[in-house]
Design a protein around this ligand. Structure first.
Ligand code: AMP
Ligand code: MG
Length: 489
């Protein structure tokens, strides 16, 4: 790679400095004809880079992976992972590069990362490339999640490379520039734990603690405190997913971060009608990563992190296992607490009261039995409180059952006007509806990027209803074939 002038980012690359053994220095493939499809100007500004520079040919070459900017030390990161429960000791970035780390305008360390930038030593049989549709999909869903208040990696840009890549058909290729608190995963620890260098796991734990869970450094057992810190942020994260109806779709241990950010938007999708068994991914035959399984799977993934960390816990294995088990058991309680808090907020309830659990459980049963759209329902409840009597009950098939639940709920709400406003601040009106995402990606793949930009604009303000945007609130067509997503390739 040559060096682009002028300098774009003020890099400070701790991963490369601290963690030799966990990466391979590598360079991106040259994109023959890079074209900027979308740039996140606000995020660029946060990172201290002038968006105008990113739009210039030198900037585009950087975003496409063709050229390493000054100060970058591009590496493909090594990690292992359990994929659908089966262990792969060596996954790693097969088609991605970490360019380096920068401090943002709030002093937070952020990774600048490229996805789709060409084959690496971890590519196995893959071509190292990514198609435009899946990269735009990750771009829009990550930004939607951010706007929804869910911790997530962010999307800086998508650049079309100007080449076509072979999938089922020939598709336009693209590179996503992604920004993350880090790319440390449970799978990074699994890889380090199995490595011949006995110092690697310790160095990784120290690095992760300094970066994401600094309170653990002062603990009696820093590695145990790290496990606790990750379990806590993941419990919080999964509860947020559940509240907005998000289904990640591929919660492999290489797709679970140490930071607590959502990462890797492949076959993810949002649930329409409430059903805990909802699965969208075409490869998830057993429903392992269904909506309702997500908390349990997160705990399973954390158990794999605990196993990887065991050598850093108590020297006595039985004691170490007992310590880790206590943390893992605590995950369920923390998740439940976060879920309950979030559900009370969605329902306009304040402090917990006896009977709330039943109210929520009975609502879930009602929504499932009548296949009511999750997002529409909670927004309708606020309208119900404002006196629109049919807003919620009109969504039900069995009106009597809905009325019975609504009467109990209204009696539980203290100050309806205040509650309705508070509910509208946590219950989105706009989410990335599956059919809208598909429509936007199909159009972009055919050369019309307008629907994608329109969708992005709508999703940037998910809690504020705006006239003229009604079609963005509607659930997808029902009765047709079930919606299917494919692993982002
Ligand atoms: P993902 O499904 O994006 O989380 O990827 C899972 C693993 O497959 C990671 O190790 C990726 O780097 C690798 N991978 C996915 N697609 C490709 C590709 N087209 N070329 C090389 N490696 C890939
Ligand atoms: Mg992944």
């Amino acid at each position: 790679m040559t060096v682009a002038a002028p300098p774009l980012f003020a890099f400070d690359n701790t991963y490369v400095r601290d963690l030799e053994g966990l990466y391979v220095a590598w360079q991106g493939a040259v994109a023959p004809d890079p074209r900027l499809v979308v740039l996140n100007e606000g995020l660029a500004a946060e990172l201290g880079v002038d968006p105008a520079l990113l739009r210039q040919p030198g900037g585009l070459a950087v975003l496409a992976g063709s050229v390493a900017p000054e100060g970058a030390e591009p590496v493909a990161q090594a990690y292992a992972g359990h994929q659908f429960g089966g262990y792969s000791p060596r996954l790693g970035d097969g088609r991605a590069l970490l360019l380096g780390e920068v401090h943002d305008d709030q002093g937070r360390r952020r990774d600048i990362h490229l996805k789709g930038s060409g084959r690496t030593p971890f590519a196995r049989g893959g071509d190292g490339k990514a198609a435009l549709g899946p990269m735009l999909r990750e771009y829009v869903i990550a930004e939607a999640m951010h706007a929804l208040g869910v911790p997530t990696t962010r999307s800086l840009a998508v650049v079309a490379t100007g080449e076509h890549i072979a999938r089922d058909t020939l598709l336009p290729g693209a590179v996503l520039a992604r920004v993350a608190a880090s790319h440390l995963r449970v799978g990074t620890f699994q890889y380090a734990s199995a490595h011949s260098d006995p110092t690697l796991l310790r160095r990784l734990a120290d690095h992760a603690i300094a970066r994401h869970h600094p309170e653990a450094a002062a603990a009696d057992q820093p590695a145990l405190a790290l496990l606790q810190g990750v379990a806590d942020v993941q419990a919080d994260l999964i509860a947020r997913w559940m509240h907005v109806g998000f289904i990640h779709g591929v919660m492999n241990t290489d797709n679970m971060t140490i930071s607590g950010e959502t990462i890797d938007y492949g076959p993810c999708a949002f649930m329409d009608a409430y059903d805990p068994a909802t699965v969208f991914s075409s490869i998830d035959h057993g429903g392992r990563y269904s909506y309702g399984n997500q908390p349990g799977i997160a705990q399973w993934d954390l158990a794999r992190l605990a196993e990887a960390l065991l050598p850093l816990l108590d020297p006595d294995v039985d004691t170490a296992v007992a310590q880790a088990t206590t943390v893992l058991d605590g995950f369920a309680a923390r998740y439940q607490q976060r879920w309950d808090e979030g559900m009370r907020a969605k329902l306009g309830l304040g402090e917990a009261r006896p009977g709330d659990d039943d109210l929520v459980a009975d609502l879930l049963a009602l929504l499932q039995a009548q296949a009511i759209d999750w997002t529409t329902w909670f927004r309708a409840l606020a309208r119900d409180l404002r006196g629109e009597a049919d807003a919620a009950r009109g969504l039900a098939v069995d009106i009597a059952a809905a009325d019975a639940w609504l009467a109990r709920w209204r009696a539980r709400v203290d100050a309806p006007a205040v509650a309705a406003d508070a509910m509208d601040r946590v219950n989105p009106v706009y989410i990335p509806r599956n059919h809208l995402v598909e429509e936007a990606l199909a159009a972009a793949t055919d050369g019309d990027e307008a629907p994608f930009h329109a969708l992005l604009d709508v999703l940037a303000q998910p809690f504020t209803a705006r006239p003229g945007l009604e079609r963005y609130t509607e659930p997808g067509p029902t009765g047709g074939r079930p919606y299917r997503t494919f692993c982002g390739t």
